[in-house]
Ligand binder design. Structure first.
Ligand code: MG
Length: 261
């Protein structure tokens, strides 16, 4: 991916925010692992352990996922371990070599650290999933704080999650940028009033970019970085972009966006 601001609005956000709240799966790490694990591997293991046809196992699992989508259970390793009678921790460990950073994500973390940003991982993933992924990628070493939403008792999709997160971390919403690949999660963050809310449009490197939703988007986090393009901006352009960004962020926090949550 070409380095540099993907837009003047991205440049403005980078300048205006001192805290970055970053999602894990689909934002820093490749969602291809999770898509494969939950949609391909789990039905296969369930078919084997239950003695049912793979097509039936897949149908059963996908229907159960749909029932729980958006809830904390949907992200909970304990819930699915019990519901499917599969040792998901062991299975995830056994295929953890498939876990990878998204393209440009590792460089992004280094650049953000060098720029003095406070870096916080805010994930809906269960703490055990986070530990497995940290063990493979060393993600935690690049971040100031790693937080699973399970410790706050609510998923990021919930409006009440955000004041709890702010109370825990003590960030200033006017100087905080949040990056995630889920539109309902982004809508909840925008409704809370964060200065910047940015969508990742290509969370799975094996799939094409998703259509733009209600929020400013970049294909990957590297699109938020300053680089050669920024050097071409005229003096004063960043301040103008920051002002334009504030307007854009307010627009994304309106009823059209929050109605998706
Ligand atoms: Mg995600």
């Amino acid at each position: 991916m070409t380095r540099g601001f993907s837009s003047p609005a991205a440049a403005g956000l980078w300048q205006a925010c001192d805290t970055l709240l970053l999602d894990m799966d689909g934002t820093l790490l490749d969602l291809s692992f999770d898509n494969w694990f939950w949609r391909e591997a789990v039905p296969r293991w369930l078919a084997r352990s239950s003695g049912i046809a793979l097509a039936d196992a897949r149908e059963q699992v996908l229907a159960h996922y749909a029932l729980k989508q958006g809830s904390l259970d949907w992200y909970c390793l304990d819930y699915w371990t019990g519901a499917l009678s599969l040792d998901l921790r062991a299975l995830k460990e056994a295929c953890s070599h498939r876990i990878r950073y998204l393209p440009g994500a590792r460089d992004f973390l280094g650049a953000a650290r060098a720029a003095g940003k406070r870096l916080v991982l805010v994930t809906n993933a269960h703490a055990d999933s986070l530990a497995i992924k940290d063990g493979v990628t060393g993600l935690g070493q690049s971040l100031d704080v790693c937080l699973s939403s399970h410790t706050l008792g609510l998923p990021k999709e919930a409006a009440a999650f955000w004041p709890r997160l702010q109370a825990r971390l003590g960030f200033d919403p006017r100087r905080t940028l949040f990056v995630d690949d889920s539109q309902p999660v982004l809508a909840a963050a925008a409704a809370f009033g964060l200065a910047g809310v940015v969508a990742i449009s290509r969370p799975d490197s094996h799939l094409p970019a998703k259509p733009a939703g209600a929020f400013m988007s970049v294909e990957g986090v590297a699109g938020l970085l300053p680089g050669p393009v920024s050097a071409a901006l005229a003096p004063g352009a960043l301040a103008a972009a920051a002002s334009a960004t504030t307007t854009a962020a307010l627009a994304t926090a309106g009823p059209g966006a929050t109605g998706e949550a």
